[in-house]
Design a protein around this ligand. Structure first.
Ligand code: F6P
Length: 357
């Protein structure tokens, strides 16, 4: 009989609740363990008493189709340099570790991107926490796994946005620019761009020239196509190579920068009428796709089985249609950008999609 904890860390995405459901089904249903859901990531362990909910099968049954995370999450507050109200930073790692032991947990399942997994591993090493990691991020940039939870849903949402933009673009003879997330990687733009029939796909991994972009628009016009669809990743830079950032009271944010910039540049250079859509956090919300539900479920079951086998400090990954566990140390820091020789890059080029180069 074990008592295990589960937390979600970093930005939310679709499929997290499917993992929670699978973990509870496997741990409670198969092994008859107890599962505690830790609220708001490590913040729940920092609280005194720790903020948790006991998860049983009846409670999680409806989670499969729900977006977000019922446990809550945060992507603010490195526990080793936690920002206090007066602006100073404090190491709060011992409070988190003590929360884990206070709860009498035998193991902890942490769902996060590589940043969160690295922090959780540091806590685990310092405080004797038996950790198993599960990779999630819409950016799909965790290198050790072919897929991370949330990516497929985000691509589907961006693809649907492109489908919708086609009609209005054609009706008004406009160049429509869709700016998507992805942090430093162009996976969402590349995948959705191909699936959604974009004419131009701009990703940070492939430098672009405005001339090439405008040539493509003019070429289409000369063939009687009075509109064009551009998809651009948030991390694409200006023509001078500078990142475009917006500021709000919570700090810097990239969203809504490069799309607007390109709209102006394209309009000046080609004379086309342009409009921008910044898809933003819509990409993280909504009902998880079947693939994200499958992946989340497979990861959840496998993570519990690792605990049953006493295998800790591991992260579950998806490789060649199989769940494979690898040491967290090996997994973190294996960042994956789009490889310019990737098969999808070749597919895009083969279709005549302009990649800006
Ligand atoms: O890493 C996931 C992600 O959605 C990125 O694609 C995006 O740049 C960032 O998080 C947005 O973060 P926030 O939710 O803090 O605005």
């Amino acid at each position: 009989q074990k008592r295990i904890g589960i937390l979600t860390s970093g930005g939310d995405c679709a499929g997290l609740n499917a993992v929670i459901r699978a973990v509870v089904h496997r741990a409670v249903g198969t092994y008859d363990w107890e599962v505690l859901g830790i609220c708001r990531s490590t913040l729940g362990l920092m609280s005194s008493p720790p903020e948790v909910i006991t998860l049983d099968i009846d409670q999680v049954d409806r989670l499969l189709t729900m977006g977000g995370t019922v446990l809550g999450t945060t992507n603010k507050g490195d526990p080793f340099a936690f920002p206090l109200e007066d602006g100073s930073l404090r190491d709060r790692s011992e409070e988190i570790i003590s929360g884990y032991h206070q709860l009498g947990l035998s193991a902890l399942i942490g769902i996060g991107g590589d940043g969160s997994l690295a922090l959780l591993r540091r806590l685990a090493n310092q405080g004797g926490i038996n950790l198993v990691g599960i990779p999630k991020t819409i950016d799909n940039d965790v290198g050790c796994t072919e897929r991370s939870i949330g990516f497929d849903t985000a691509v589907n949402i961006a693809t649907e946005a492109l489908d919708r933009l086609h009609f209005t673009a054609a009706s008004h003879s406009r160049v429509m620019i869709l700016e998507v997330m992805g942090r430093d990687a162009g996976h969402i733009a590349l995948n959705a761009g191909i699936a959604g029939g974009a004419d131009i796909i701009l990703i940070p991994e492939i430098p672009y020239s405005l001339e090439k972009v405008c040539d493509k628009i003019r070429d289409r016009q000369s063939k009687g196509k009075n509109f064009s669809i551009v998809i651009v990743s948030e991390a694409v830079c200006t023509l001078e190579g500078n990142p475009v950032k917006n500021m709000d009271r919570f700090g810097e944010c990239r969203l809504g920068g490069i799309g607007q910039y390109l709209a102006e540049q394209i309009s000046i250079s080609s004379g086309a009428e342009t409009r921008v859509t910044v898809l933003g956090h819509v990409q993280r919300g909504g009902i998880p796709s079947s693939l994200d539900r499958l992946l989340g479920t497979a990861f959840g079951v496998a993570a519990v089985d690792l605990i049953a086998d006493g295998k800790y400090d591991q992260v579950v990954t998806w490789q060649n249609r199989e769940v494979v566990s690898v040491p967290i140390a090996e997994a973190i820091g294996q960042y994956r950008a789009v490889d310019p020789n990737d098969t999808l890059v070749k597919t895009a080029r083969g279709l005549g999609i302009c990649l800006g180069d």
